[in-house]
Write a protein that binds this ligand. Structure first.
Ligand code: NAD
Length: 501
């Protein structure tokens, strides 16, 4: 049944007056299943006003009391994990177990933030000078905002709003308009956990809503996750407006396979990392770099076999490994990249363009099969550009040094992985790879919740990575207090030190 997704402001669901609406598709069936309100500057202003008001009391609430709310939120999220996963799968198209995985990764961020009295504890220097003590406190910023992509509708918003709120800020989230429902459910559950109205607000929409956030003087910090062209724009606009900003962009993650690697293990890892979630992950591996012809031949042969075993279908159907793409336009864009790769002279070892047989989907669904390109070269656009679909490019190189060069010369530097049994090679790769997150025999090295997530080069604009200790630094500002108590008329003289007796 068709449904409406509306804003969540000041603890209540609110449909903007005279709202315009955007479609929410069922990607497995290719039909509209709902609609989402597309907000303008007026709706953003209401959400920011509610947040600004709520931020005062929330920021002054003792950290242990805020942590209690987070503990209750954690329990509620765990109790509703299946429900959230089904909402994600229904709108995004990824399989329910995959969506459950993203909810679990989001929960890790909540886990970390429940320790917020410890995280916000400042440093103290006793007797920094004679009679003078110095201490640091980390203060909230006020109102922070987040703009998130379609591919992780629960986890990526949680990277932002959980640490921001834990640190004592109020938050305005503008989720992707393509799969907006999960964000609202996250806000409702936070309210049920005891979060005061106005501390967490959700405003739906597209560019117009984002521009209003960027222009609003009461928004002190902006977190963005999405494609690189938009990330660059957000970074420049928010910085020009004097805001703190972190903008995470696109990726083209390489996985280097050395001749001594366990090829079976590497192929299993690649099949999941390249085609899981239909390749719509910023940490998906989209380039495999086998070193030496024998390694390449063995890897490509093993990958072809793995691809044959991947079951494609609706995210909610049992036994499905890979769902559809997010929209018909995105499916066409990915298919166009495959056409381009063929025209550029790469060898299309597995062609995913033929309509795949699907389990639980329909012919109108936004499905593509898995594609595997062999003999891709660095000049080709299918190597240079982010495709964000189920397409893996194999670039054959002669030496390990050539593989490293490839990783380091690419415009993106989100993640990079190496598969090898050679500890020295692995250590050298970790040291020298120009990427923010590196995996050793781990294809998708997404840091756990108590570390931080962030790429290098065109994959992140700003000084801070996201969540973990970097998130706490981003969502707080440092205040350093220098204290001296001169001799007064009270009992101070009785406590002079050092004492002589
Ligand atoms: P996108 O850039 O199209 O959209 C991201 C957000 O920006 C959405 O909320 C969207 O409504 C908004 N937006 C879109 N166009 C805009 C414009 N012109 N002005 C202002 N706002 C605009 O990204 P997407 O397609 O939703 O997500 C896929 C991209 O996100 C991929 O490039 C992927 O690599 C990237 N991503 C990166 C990370 C990371 O951590 N680095 C994580 C997840 C996704």
């Amino acid at each position: 049944m068709a449904y409406e997704v509306v804003n969540y402001v000041n603890g209540k669901a609110v449909a903007p007056p005279k709202a315009s609406w955007g479609p929410v598709f069922d990607p497995a069936r290719g039909v509209r299943q709902g609609k989402v309100c597309m907000s303008g500057a007026g709706e953003v202003a209401k959400a920011v006003a509610a947040a600004r008001k709520a931020a005062v009391a929330w920021g002054a609430t003792p950290a242990p009391r805020r942590a209690e709310v987070l503990h209750r939120y954690r329990a509620l999220l765990a109790a509703h994990a299946d429900e959230l996963a089904k909402i994600v799968s229904r709108e995004h198209g990824k399989t329910v177990p995959d969506a459950a995985g993203e909810v679990a990764r989001g929960l890790e961020v909540v886990d970390y933030c429940t320790g917020l009295p410890e995280l916000l504890k400042g440093a103290y220097s006793r007797a920094a000078a004679t009679g003078i003590d110095v201490h640091d406190v980390r203060m909230p910023l006020g109102v922070a905002a987040g703009i998130t992509p379609f591919n992780f509708p629960v986890m990526v918003p949680m990277w932002m709003f959980v640490p921001a709120i834990a640190c004592g800020n109020a938050f305005v989230l503008k989720p992707s308009e393509k799969d907006p429902a999960a964000a609202v459910r996250c806000a409702e559950l936070f309210a049920e956990a005891g979060l005061p109205p106005g501390v967490f607000n959700v405003v739906h929409g597209g560019k117009e809503a984002v521009d209003a956030i960027l222009e609003h003087p009461d928004v002190k910090a902006v977190s963005f996750v999405g494609s690189t062209p938009i990330a660059k724009r957000i970074y420049a606009a928010a910085a020009a407006a004097g805001k703190r900003v972190q903008a995470l962009g696109g990726a083209k993650n390489h996985m280097v396979v050395l001749p001594d690697a366990d090829i079976g293990l590497a192929a299993d890892a690649l099949a999941g990392a390249a085609y899981g979630s239909a390749g719509e992950r910023c940490m998906a591996v989209s380039v495999a770099v086998p070193v030496g012809e024998d390694t390449a031949d063995a890897l490509v042969a093993a990958l072809k076999k793995r691809i044959r075993d991947i079951t494609i279908g609706a995210g909610g159907a049992k036994g499905v490994d890979m769902g559809p793409l997010i929209t018909a336009e995105h499916r066409s864009k990915v298919a166009h990249h495959i056409d381009t790769g063929v025209a550029e002279g790469a060898v299309l070892a597995v062609d995913g363009r033929r309509a795949p047989r699907t389990k639980g989907g329909t012919a109108k669904g936004f499905f593509l099969g898995c594609s595997l390109f062999d003999e891709v070269t660095p000049e080709m656009s299918i190597y240079q550009e982010e495709i964000f679909g189920p397409v893996l490019a194999v670039v054959r190189v002669r030496t390990a040094a050539d593989a490293l060069k490839l990783v380091n010369r690419h415009q993106y530097g989100n993640g990079a992985a190496i598969f090898t049994r050679d500890g020295q090679a692995a250590r050298g790769f970790c040291e020298q790879a120009e990427a923010g997150m590196v995996g050793v025999n781990v294809p998708i090295p997404v840091p756990v919740g108590f570390h931080s997530f962030g790429g290098w080069k065109q994959s992140l604009f700003g000084a801070h990575a996201i969540y973990g200790p970097e998130g706490v630094a981003f969502y707080t500002r440092l205040k350093t207090v220098t204290t001296r108590w001169p001799a007064g008329r009270g009992h101070g003289a009785e406590f002079t030190f050092p004492r002589s007796d």
